[in-house]
Each structure stands twice: as C-alpha cells, then as structure tokens.
Design a protein around this ligand. Structure first.
Ligand code: HEC
Ligand code: HEC
Length: 298
C-alpha cells in the first residue's frame, strides 16, 4: 500500500502530522462533504492543497472563542440532546467516556476536543457530528465546565480486593483479557474504567443482556448437510455471515447454503446479580473502574 503513495502525498502527511492536523482535517471535512463523489486522485490533490494552505494559515495555538455563560448554556442543550445518552447527563460516563474529570485520553487541548467531537474518534463508538464549529465550541465550553463541579464517579470498594474476585470467584478472566492475560470470548477490559462509568459496569454485571454490542450477538446456523454451528456474529452482509465459535474458530457461510439461521441478541456472559455480596460487588466494580488509560502526554 505505502509503495503506491506519491512523495507529494507523503509530504502532505508529514505536514499534517506536524501540528497542522486540525486545519487540515477541518478543511478536508468541508471538502469531503461538498464533493463526496470526486475521484480519488483529485481528492488526494485537493487534500494536499489544503495541507499546504493549512501550513501557511497556521498561526499559533487554537483557542475556544465561545466561552461566555450563554455559550455554556447553549452547549448544555446540545450536550443533553446529542451526547448525554452515551456520556451521561452530567458527563459522568456510561457507554461513553467520563468527561467530568478534566483529563482526556485523546487529548485535552481545545484543538484536540474540537477534532474529537467534530470528527469522532476512529475505531471507537464515539461518532462525528454535523454541528457548526461554533456549536462544537459551545459544547466544549460546557464539557470543560463539568470538571469544575465534578460529580462522584468513584465506588466505595477496594480495587486490590476486587482483582482476586475477577480472577477467582467470578471466573471473569476466562472470557476477558486484562493487560494481555485472560480469555478472548468477551471484550478486552484493560481500559474499561476509562470508557465506562461505574453505573454502566454495574449494569453489565447484573443485566448483561440489556445492551449487547452487535459483534457479540449469537448466531446458530445449520448448513446444507444438517451440521450445526454456533458462535458470535462477527460479520454479516446480504449474502454471507461469519461466525466465531466458542473455540475461537472462524466459519464463513453463504446464506443461500444454509438450512437455518438464528440470531440471538443476548449475551453469553452470565448475570452476576446474585453471585457476590454487596461488598464484593463494590470491590469488583472498584477494580474494573481502576483499569484506566493514563492521559497521553502531548
Ligand atoms: C454513541 C455513543 C456516543 C455519543 C452519542 C457521543 N459519544 Fe463521545 N465518546 C463515546 C465513547 C465510547 C468514547 C470513548 C472512546 C474510546 O476512547 O474508546 C467517547 C469519547 C469522547 C471524548 C474523548 C474522551 C477522552 O478521554 O479523550 C469526548 C471529548 C467526547 N466523547 C465528547 C462527546 C460529545 C461532546 C458528544 C456529543 C456531541 C459525544 N461525545 C457523543 C461515545 C459517544
Ligand atoms: C462466558 C464468558 C464471560 C464471562 C465468564 C464473563 N464475561 Fe463479561 N462479557 C462477556 C461477553 C461476550 C461480553 C460482551 C457482550 C455483552 O455486552 O454482554 C461481556 C461484557 C462485559 C462487560 C461490558 C463491556 C463493555 O464494553 O461495556 C463487562 C464490564 C464485563 N463483561 C465484565 C465481566 C466481569 C467483571 C466478569 C466476572 C464477574 C465477567 N465479565 C464474566 C463474556 C463473559
């Protein structure tokens, strides 16, 4: 792949990486939106031009221009309607990261927040938005105001007492990896405390079926010879489906060859609602929420 890229494009990349990424991405975002069907080569050229002009227009640090109390109030409205379902009404986290601690793994500068909120964060559930930059700045002012009146997101348990429950009584490590150790049937939990609130973690333990990501839906199929398979729904399109079975083997089927296909949106994770004492549950939650990334140093 890399060999096919022109030196010009490479230069563009280096320029973009050199701190002008914001201007670059903003301009390109606008261009992408206005000319979606344009040929790739032309697009590359246009990208390059934006980089070049981005370099010239670069004038020091980018600062939030919308920080008045009215802006914070306007940002709060947008946050409630578009962000709270994942980040919690007070930014305390849930499906999305805790935004109330004032430290952001993906970058804490105004420029970082503008990029992450406008563009989304690739490879995560954090979506991009279609707000104007002014609106995004208002949301940023609101998000910044959250850490000034931080909400309680800690639990009254001991992480050190939770870890043995994770590995022992809970049997969690059979399915979940933490820092490279553990099974692969469930998601890697090494950084789970950075991206999920205590409330979400508690729900995941007590009611695993309430929110199951599509990659963890379960599929059972019978092929044309009458042989049955079951596993996670890794991928699916109109004509085919890929399944990862419980022994972590990958199976791919053409749908027209199947006698039956059943999808269940429930979790393979058992409910732990009655397994632990309240105190043990507190310790386990404290352990999970201590599994965090450190903020990236800039
Ligand atoms: C569909 C759920 C969802 C919605 C809606 C959503 N986010 Fe997120 N957001 C996430 C997730 C998940 C992450 C954590 C990504 C990761 O690091 O794995 C995240 C991360 C972030 C981060 C970076 C946190 C960090 O530590 O660097 C910011 C800032 C953020 N979101 C702000 C917003 C704002 C503002 C909105 C509304 C305009 C919003 N998000 C809407 C799911 C969501
Ligand atoms: C049989 C395998 C299995 C066991 C045992 C298991 N899990 Fe899970 N877990 C899963 C799977 C699969 C998912 C993803 C589907 C879902 O959301 O339920 C999951 C999801 C989760 C999530 C939600 C992750 C997220 O991104 O929101 C948490 C937290 C979690 N497990 C913690 C635990 C803890 C703690 C234990 C032990 C007390 C445990 N699990 C035991 C398979 C397992």
């Amino acid at each position: 792949m890399a060999a096919r890229e022109s030196p010009l494009l490479l230069a563009g990349r280096i320029a973009a990486a050199g701190g002008f990424q914001l201007i670059f991405t903003l301009r390109c975002r606008i261009l992408r939106r206005t000319i979606p069907g344009i040929e790739t080569d032309v697009k590359k050229l246009v990208f390059l031009l934006c980089c070049a002009t981005g370099v010239m227009a670069q004038t020091g640090e980018i600062r939030n221009p919308r920080t008045s109390p009215e802006d914070v109030a306007a940002g709060a409205m947008i946050f409630r309607s578009h962000c709270a379902q994942c980040h919690g009404i007070h930014g305390e986290g849930g499906r999305g990261a805790n935004l109330a601690v004032g430290i952001f793994y993906h970058g804490s500068s105004d420029a970082d927040l503008l990029r992450n909120i406008s563009e989304g964060i690739p490879g995560t559930e954090m979506p991009g938005t279609f707000f104007s930059d002014n609106q995004v700045w208002q949301v940023i002012s609101f998000v910044r105001s959250l850490s000034e009146r931080a909400v309680e997101t800690r639990v009254a348990g001991k992480p050190a007492a939770g870890e043995p429950l994770f590995r022992g009584k809970g049997g969690c490590a059979q399915c979940h990896k933490v820092n490279g150790e553990g099974g692969r049937l469930g998601p890697d939990l090494s950084n789970i405390g950075s991206s999920r609130s205590v409330k979400h973690l508690r729900e995941a333990l007590e009611k695993p079926d309430s929110e199951v990501l599509p990659a963890f839906w379960r599929v059972s199929v019978t092929d044309r010879n009458g042989k049955s398979y079951s596993g996670f729904r890794l991928n699916e399109d109109t004509y085919s489906i890929q399944i990862l079975d419980m022994e972590e083997r990958l199976h791919s089927f053409s749908k027209k060859d199947l006698q039956s296909l059943k999808i269940e949106k429930t979790s393979v994770m058992p409910s732990y609602a009655t397994v632990f004492s309240d105190r043990q549950l507190g310790d386990l939650l404290a352990y999970l929420s201590s599994l965090r990334r450190k903020a990236r140093t800039q």
